[in-house]
Design a binder for this molecule. Structure first.
Ligand SMILES: Nc1ncnc2c1ncn2[C@@H]1O[C@H](COP(=O)(O)OP(=O)(O)OP(=O)(O)O)[C@@H](O)[C@H]1O
Length: 238
């Protein structure tokens, strides 16, 4: 990963889990400003647990998380958004009883990402401004979840399987938007995904988890260029 001294995000010796159960063991990673990390691994290896731990939604047993040099791990979950963490959880968690527009304005904070820019990025949402969360398709809910994280104007965005369960045409649309965010807008992000090739292609860095530990870290392009290594790391037979 990038040099640890000027990294935006530093994760050091992190152990975390649920209750007494420890899922993550001694995870250390760092990410520079404007970089995207593809977080890969087989099912149940701890990817969501790592994202949730960064967001403050698990029991942390040890280690440190620093964002811009400031400790994040000492803050309760509700203060991590204000500290600069935009979290798009697997369940999306949009406010279903609010309209699309209300979902965005309810959480917006000053900065370059405004609801208008989110609508420009996701024209489907602009068309559905006045619709309630309950009236949205899965893909529209996912776009709204991403938009809601953006209007927080976070320093770091956590995307947990943003493409999961979506129709291929929507996957293409979201991938285009995420590519724009990571490549053109310089967003700093961690993306968990089951489609490794698609995500590696738009990421700078890659990390692979197995049994709650980091078993590989390096440049995304290098891993993309080594499909046999990628298959081995993900436990796929060739
Ligand atoms: N709420 C929970 N309480 C207890 N154990 C949990 C909880 N959520 C996940 N686990 C356990 O933690 C381990 C890691 O799960 P996690 O969801 O982080 O993996 P993952 O790599 O994100 O997998 P997937 O790709 O299936 O989402 C698994 O053994 C899982 O059973």
């Amino acid at each position: 990963m990038s040099g640890t001294t000027n990294a935006l995000l530093q994760i050091e010796g992190l152990s975390a889990g649920y209750g007494e159960a420890v899922v993550l063991n001694d995870v250390s990673l760092s990410l520079g400003e404007g970089e995207t990390l593809a977080l890969l691994g087989r099912n149940g290896t701890g990817k969501t647990t790592l994202i949730n731990t960064l967001a403050g939604a698990t029991r942390q047993h040890g280690g440190r998380i620093l964002l811009g040099g400031q400790p994040l791990h000492t803050l309760p979950a509700y203060r991590r958004a204000a500290a600069g963490v935009g979290w798009v959880p697997q369940e999306r968690n949009i406010f279903k009883s609010l309209t699309v527009h209300e979902n965005l304005t309810a959480v917006a904070r000053p900065g370059r990402w405004t609801p208008a820019r989110v609508y420009e990025m996701f024209p489907r949402l602009a068309e559905r401004k006045g619709n309630l969360g309950t009236q949205l398709s899965g893909g529209e809910q996912q776009m709204l979840a991403v938009g809601r994280a953006l209007v927080l104007n976070p320093r770091l965005v956590l995307l947990d399987e943003p493409l999961e369960g979506l129709a291929p045409i929507i996957v293409e649309e979201l991938l285009r938007a995420i590519r724009r965010l990571t490549r053109d807008e310089g967003l700093t992000a961690i993306i968990v995904e089951q489609h490794p090739q698609a995500i590696l292609a738009i990421s700078d860095r890659a990390a692979v988890l197995d049994h709650g530990s980091v078993v590989h870290r390096g440049a995304a392009a290098e891993l993309l260029a080594q499909p046999a290594l990628l298959d081995r790391l993900l436990g796929l037979a060739r």
